[in-house]
Design a protein around this ligand. Structure first.
Ligand SMILES: Nc1ncnc2c1ncn2[C@@H]1O[C@H](COP(=O)(O)OP(=O)(O)OP(=O)(O)O)[C@@H](O)[C@H]1O
Ligand SMILES: [Mg+2]
Length: 263
């Protein structure tokens, strides 16, 4: 079942009198429960696509259908309600919060806004969400400035799944973490997807990260998607120069590719 259908999205920025075409006719689809990895060099437009889809910045043109609705036409209360179904985890999502906010309040926000559970059950639900992302319930009382980078991403994930979304857009969600932490967070995301059928649009400049989680990979270059295919095919037999350059940037993938091809 198609969950997200993006057609011909465009976005230009003008800064200092210079126009930059960040999205130049981007089309893609995403099925329920699927992970689409979005790769591309720095400046290729990945974050712009993530921000347009999550309605943080407006598109200039194109259409987005999400769960059968005209997603870009939603506004006001309807948009606020529907946001429950499309959540996001960015590199440092919690950095935008008041650093004194408690972990529990950050996770309880979407429970309250979207009335996910009755008020009397909110505290228990926060504890269950903390537990699910691998943190003790006692962390609820901490302020978010007093948790580590890996824990912050776990909290961001708990917040993102709180409203029971169908899609989570992740933009460089594990890029700031060291390798062993990164692997644990990726495992958590995969387990959550299996349990809850959540689809991910997983943005990363690092093909090794995308290789670990993606069913399909799309590669962006200069605001366009230049290649899309099953993850193993895009990594094992990249067709575009942009995809080949990304594979070359990850020695381990290159070695796997050579082994597979018997070089
Ligand atoms: N707010 C903005 N104002 C002006 N130009 C912008 C703005 N945001 C992004 N751009 C430009 O749009 C293009 C795409 O940027 P974007 O952040 O989407 O790339 P990206 O693929 O996410 O890169 P990275 O891998 O470095 O995060 C770049 O040329 C960037 O300089
Ligand atoms: Mg980016």
């Amino acid at each position: 079942m198609t969950l997200l259908d993006v057609e011909n999205l465009s976005k230009r920025y003008t800064s200092g009198g210079r126009a930059v075409t960040a999205l130049d006719g981007v089309s893609l689809t995403l099925s329920a429960g699927e992970t689409l990895g979005l790769a591309g060099a720095s400046g290729s437009g990945k974050s712009t696509l993530a921000r347009v889809l999550t309605r943080l910045v407006p598109a200039d043109g194109g259409a987005v259908r999400f769960g059968g609705e005209d997603w870009l036409a939603l506004s006001g209360g309807r948009l606020r309600r529907r946001r429950a179904k499309m959540q996001m985890v960015f590199q440092d999502v919690l950095g935008a919060f008041n650093p004194r906010a408690t972990v529990a309040s950050v996770i309880a926000d979407p429970l309250r806004i979207h009335a996910v559970v009755p008020r009397a059950e909110r505290e228990r639900e926060v504890a269950a969400l903390l537990d699910r992302v691998g943190l003790p319930a006692s962390y609820g009382a901490r302020s978010i400035r007093d948790v580590s980078g890996g824990q912050r991403q776990r909290i961001a994930i708990a917040r993102a799944i709180a409203s029971r979304p169908a899609l989570i857009v992740l933009d460089e969600a594990v890029s700031a973490l060291d390798v062993s932490l990164r692997e644990k967070i990726l495992e958590l995301l995969v387990a959550l997807q299996e349990e809850r059928g959540i689809a991910y649009l997983f943005v990363s400049h690092d093909l090794a990260v995308l290789a670990a989680v993606s069913h399909r990979i799309a590669v962006m270059e200069a605001g366009r998607i230049v290649e899309t295919g099953p993850a193993a095919r895009v990594i094992g037999d990249p067709q575009s120069s942009a995809a080949r350059a990304l594979v070359r940037a990850v020695p381990r993938l290159l070695i796997e590719q050579e082994n597979r091809n018997g070089v």
